[in-house]
Write a protein of this length. Structure first.
Length: 363
């Protein structure tokens, strides 16, 4: 059962581009990205990380290109994976020229890529294969003129983006996406909000240098969730220090819980309190683990007492409402079964899988 809030605004209409076979912007689903942290020229290790990300559900993966060895390795890696690949270029524009021969997109940082002439060469290389460029503005590495005038502020980030968008447009290049990342949620939100009405290009969302899992979960949820609910954002990455699969898991969860994308199980369960008369904690852990494979959008409620259980069950697709050592399985507002807490989870999982299969046939 879907309960859509009027706080979730329609997505901003944007130009649609393609990174490999993945559409970004327009009416395309919001794609999820990550980035390998291996040395790109280490083919074996990088391929292993690409495989892990693909298995986790990544749509696109970015790779760091620090050396010519990295740049040349991209051709081999591209032949080893079906994932669209983005080359991440800083300082050395000539690496972009090599990378553009193999990858599906080039990311440049305007703060360190160099002169107009160097950017023009990158544009030429991307035009040859009709691949997009991401203008990746970071609050911590703005061009000198914007840093001196505005500091590392949202205004400075937006002015950098506008300057570089105009530069690419002047070269006749409009196959563009844009990111405006700061290391905190408030600046990130404000920068994207300021730029969104000014340009037609799709936005890549992210908080840069978001930290370890705990810190990134908070920063990314606040910033990206806020923007997504405003209708801002066409592709996204949740940066987490030293993680791969967790980046994908977090991004997909933010998409789901912001109401922006429907995929997988949304779980409602009550906070534990003294009213609970069943082992709710164990039950919800088992339910969450055993339903992780389901991609069909379903709202599942597992509640521990009579105060809110029946009310939540009415709004859920399927629910467990626990009482004193027993529970009711409720589907579509009707009681399917009354069972002991020891056996109810197995039956509940079966019923959820049946419901998911039914919904897939209806779709």
């Amino acid at each position: 059962m879907t309960m859509q809030s009027d706080k979730i605004k329609p997505r901003y209409p944007t130009k649609q581009i393609y990174v490999g076979n993945v559409a970004i912007g327009g009416d395309a689903p919001i794609s999820v990205q990550s980035m390998t942290f291996s040395k790109t020229h280490n083919i074996e290790e990088t391929k292993a990380q690409l495989d892990r990300l693909q298995l986790a559900g990544a749509d696109i993966v970015r790779l760091a290109v620090l050396t010519e060895e990295d740049a040349h390795a991209l051709k081999t890696l591209k032949n080893m994976t079906s994932l669209p690949l983005i080359a991440d270029i800083h300082f050395k524009y000539k690496l972009a020229l090599i990378a553009a021969e193999s990858v599906d997109c080039i990311r440049i940082n305007p703060g360190n890529i160099g002169s107009k002439e160097k950017i023009k060469e990158v544009v030429k290389a991307c035009n040859v294969r009709n691949i997009p460029i991401r203008i990746g503005v970071n609050g911590g590495s703005l061009e000198k003129e914007f840093e001196q005038k505005y500091g590392p502020t949202p205004k400075g980030m937006v002015e950098s983006a506008l300057y570089n968008i105009k530069l690419l447009e002047d070269f006749g290049f409009t196959n563009i996406k844009v990111s405006l990342k700061a290391s905190d949620a408030p600046r990130t939100i404000e920068a994207y909000e300021l730029l969104r009405p000014l340009v037609p290009y799709p936005f890549h969302l992210g908080v840069t240098e978001a930290g370890t899992l705990y810190h990134s979960m908070i920063k990314s949820s606040i910033a990206l969730g806020n923007l997504l609910m405003q209708g801002i954002g066409d592709t996204m990455r949740c940066s987490i220090t030293g993680e791969l699969e967790e980046e994908i898991k977090l991004a997909k969860s933010i998409l789901r819980y912001s109401g922006r994308q429907k995929e997988g199980i949304t779980i409602v369960s009550c906070p534990t309190c003294g009213r609970i008369q069943a082992d709710l904690v164990s039950a919800i852990k088992r339910v969450e683990t055993r339903l992780a494979h389901i991609k069909t959008p379903l709202q599942v409620s597992v509640m521990g007492c009579a105060v809110n259980a029946l009310g939540e069950a009415k709004h859920a697709d399927i629910a467990i409402a626990f009482g004193n050592k027993i529970g009711h399985i409720i589907k579509g507002g009707k009681v399917l079964a009354k069972m002991s807490e020891d056996s109810i989870v197995d039956r509940f999982v079966e019923e959820v899988e049946i419901l998911a299969a039914e919904r897939e046939k209806e779709a």
